[in-house]
Write a new protein. Structure first.
Length: 313
């Protein structure tokens, strides 16, 4: 990274870090709202009849989920606009916007495109987790009432987390000390496991619930961190859209370059993208319009440059 790129990355990282806690809280609140809207009796009847897909389509439709995610979505939209406004003041002097127009259609579109993609991904994860939980209950012969009652507990988890929690409970029920190796477990219970012997149902319930809460918080933080970083990158691009709208620069003369952090955490496929330059409105060779837009927790950024002769007089 050049010094200019490093300063840009640090600015994006700081703003994303400031946004992440509030985003995670709003996401957890959305999961709570979704749980509260689920009626166990209706779930049990649908599961008993084998109407799994119908259950997903009706109870977890966009219409039912959108109100719960609205505060989170609003936060992401606001973050894109705020970032664009802040970034506009840092553009090169010849093209710096004199008065940032927050209603610029291109900027609003950028924010809406991002929040739609983020929310859609979370919804798809939610539906996949619920479907996995219900099918597992059917295959194991679990009473539909029990599956319906515990379905609320998987809201907010990724499918692999839901499976890990089921496995964790089985380990506890069998007295297997492998449960001690699980990350995100509540270490207050480690002594209980180390003593060996059968655990009470209450102990297993408490330990599983603690493990689940940590999994849910971790998942919410992952989504929030990724969305916060995406919002900063989208806002940075939107600041240039405003300069174009004001006639300060011709969009055909703007280029963007993929920049990685250049450490051992960078994805190999992104490391290969480092330094790739394309026109402002073109996609990078991997299909991304903005670096990392399809990957969670990607820290890549883009450096946007213009041909000096193209700056408006």
């Amino acid at each position: 990274m050049t010094q200019t790129e490093r300063r840009l990355y640090e600015r994006i990282r700081r703003r994303a870090a400031d946004l992440e806690p509030d985003a995670a809280r709003r996401l957890l609140a959305a999961y709570d709202a979704i749980r509260n809207n689920l009626t166990p009796s209706e779930l049990a009847r649908a599961i008993d009849r084998g109407y799994v897909d119908q259950l997903i389509n009706e109870l977890l439709s966009d219409r039912s989920l959108d109100p719960a995610f609205a505060p989170f979505r609003t936060l992401i939209d606001r973050a894109v606009l705020d970032t664009a406004s802040a970034a506009a003041s840092l553009l090169p002097s010849p093209i710096k916007s004199q008065a940032f127009n927050i209603l610029n259609p291109k900027i609003v579109e950028e924010a809406q495109r991002l929040d739609t993609r983020v929310i859609q991904g979370i919804k798809e994860e939610l539906r996949a987790t619920v479907k996995q939980h219900v099918i597992a209950g059917i295959e194991q012969g679990v009473n539909p009432v029990v599956t319906a009652r515990t379905l609320r507990d998987v809201i907010g988890l990724a499918p692999n987390q839901e499976a890990a929690i089921r496995n964790f409970r089985k380990l506890l029920e069998s007295g297997d000390a492998e449960a001690l190796t699980r990350k995100l477990r509540d270490r207050r219970y480690d002594k209980v496991l180390m003593r060996g012997g059968p655990l009470s149902t209450e102990q297993i319930d408490n330990m599983t619930a603690a493990y689940r809460r940590r999994m849910e918080a971790f998942n919410a933080s992952t989504h929030a961190r990724s969305a916060a970083l995406d919002a900063q990158r989208a806002g940075h691009r939107a600041s240039w859209e405003e300069a174009i709208a004001q006639g300060s620069v011709d969009r055909d003369t703007i280029y963007k370059t993929w920049v990685t952090v250049k450490d051992d955490r960078v994805r190999p496929e992104h490391r290969a993208m480092d330094g790739q330059m394309v026109p402002f409105d073109s996609r990078y060779s991997n299909g991304d319009m903005i670096p990392g837009q399809h990957d969670y927790n990607c820290r890549c950024i883009e450096r946007i440059t213009i041909k000096r002769a193209a700056v408006a007089a």
